[in-house]
Ligand binder design. Structure first.
Ligand code: HPA
Length: 268
């Protein structure tokens, strides 16, 4: 089958899910797939969406769910592709273009992350207020228009952060706020690398999200992001670090994130 453009795919999706424009897109991180179960709508496997990345990471769903959640029309990308899978920092470009073509103006990204803050324990939820691209990679490398020079000041929309913080308070959920450092993975960081990014001001570390934030800002989407803290980062505690542990611990923070998002959605 020839490559399909974002607008072809959006039409294919509308033919199945209906014409109601999407308002908000969500991307679910490792172990956070349960959020999609609450959407009243239909799921379309990535395998039906030509050009969508395979999600070869266990703990990720591989479908797009379109429907209603807390009175809003949402598109939930249940699986994400990571740079470390194929060395492609732009792996999520087509899915993001498709949710934009479906009408989304805002995107809420979630991920699993390690904590660099001794006061932010495993099981916490942390809203990103900025990031450090510690990988040096960029999904817009090769883009030829001047649109590639995307400003990254207030990349995490201040008004969405205010809404999320207020919703967390209403829902009685602690929501930490901090800076996320993107480390390419797939190996975890060394304790020395964690000390280095702590010194640089990071509060959490993970292997995703930053390329999607850059692509989303490039596409003109407003961005918010929340990390599920699944472990203390390397060298910060005796806690086990590993993907099994991430999948095991993600649901604790995911339950908090789900309560916060549901409280926030009517106001987002
Ligand atoms: N480092 C990088 N990515 C992660 C971690 C971590 O400690 N925990 C969950 N994802």
């Amino acid at each position: 089958m020839p490559d399909r453009t974002a607008s072809d795919l959006a039409q294919f999706i509308r033919d199945r899910a209906g014409d109601t424009p999407v308002e908000i897109a969500l991307v679910l991180g490792s172990g956070l797939g349960g959020l999609a179960d609450d959407v009243d709508g239909i799921a379309i496997g990535y395998d039906q969406l030509t050009g969508f990345p395979g999600t070869g990471v266990s703990g990720h769903r591989a479908d797009l769910v379109i429907g209603r959640l807390e009175g809003r029309q949402v598109a939930v990308l249940g699986g994400r592709a990571h740079y470390y899978e194929r060395g492609d920092a732009a792996a999520m470009r087509l899915p993001l273009e498709v949710v934009k073509a479906l009408g989304a103006t805002r995107i809420l990204l979630t991920n699993a992350a390690g904590s660099l803050d001794p006061g932010m324990p495993t099981g916490s939820a942390m809203m990103l207020n900025d990031h450090i691209n510690f990988s040096g990679l960029n999904p817009l490398i090769g883009e030829s228009t001047d649109a590639r020079f995307v400003p990254m000041t207030d990349a995490y929309a201040p008004h969405l952060r205010t809404t999320l913080a207020a919703a967390a308070e209403r829902a009685g959920q602690t929501l930490f706020e901090g800076i996320y450092a993107w480390y390419s993975g797939p190996s975890f960081e060394t304790p020395a690398e964690i000390r280095a990014i702590r010194t640089l001001g990071a509060d959490a570390v993970g292997m995703s999200t930053v390329p999607e934030v850059i692509l989303s800002r490039f596409l003109g989407l407003e961005v918010a992001a929340i990390s599920a803290i699944t472990n203390m980062a390397a060298g910060m505690s005796d806690e086990v670090i590993g993907h099994e542990h991430t999948k095991e611990m993600a649901p604790i923070a995911a339950a908090k994130i789900a309560r916060i998002l549901k409280a926030a959605l009517p106001d987002l």
